[in-house]
Design a protein around this ligand. Sequence first.
Ligand code: RP5
Length: 176
Amino acid sequence: MEIEKPIVGIIMGSQSDLVTMKEAAILLDRFELPFEITVVSAHRTPERLVEYAKTARSRGLKVIIAGAGGAAHLPGMIAAITTLPVIGVPIKSSNSIDGWDSVLSILQMPSGVPVATVALNGSANAGILAAQIIGIFSEETQVLLEKFKLEQEQNVMDSRNSFTELDFRYKRKTEF
Ligand code: RP5
């Protein structure tokens, strides 16, 4: 069996980020996209960061998802070096005051160096956004994304049943 080369890179500042970042991997798996996942620390392994960013495109990656917490410089520094799109995941980590530090470190990039920042701990959305970027060019991925949206819609519609069971005195029947 031929092993497919990864087209999405998931990186994080520490192994402690994995509990959050694995959600992105679960989504990429669902969209059948080959990915690599590893630790690259902006502060503890700066040279590894530079090498990762410099070689990402030539190694076949199309999108990078980078998660970090606290003084979260990883996504921004990767974006400073590569021309690939970078999706940043702010993480509420052990060295975060309240999560805002991670959000602002990743969100407030200077003009000229964009990072597509998702919500705090929003790594599932990072996985979906990466798939949507790939889906611009891949019909197969686009089909899986549409299926995902339909399933999501159905889950919400099914959840309405729990509302009909509620018994309020002034509740009125609704078709909606
Ligand atoms: C950041 O510091 C990492 O991304 C992580 O979120 C945080 C804490 O790292 P550890 O001290 O758990 O290794 O650079």
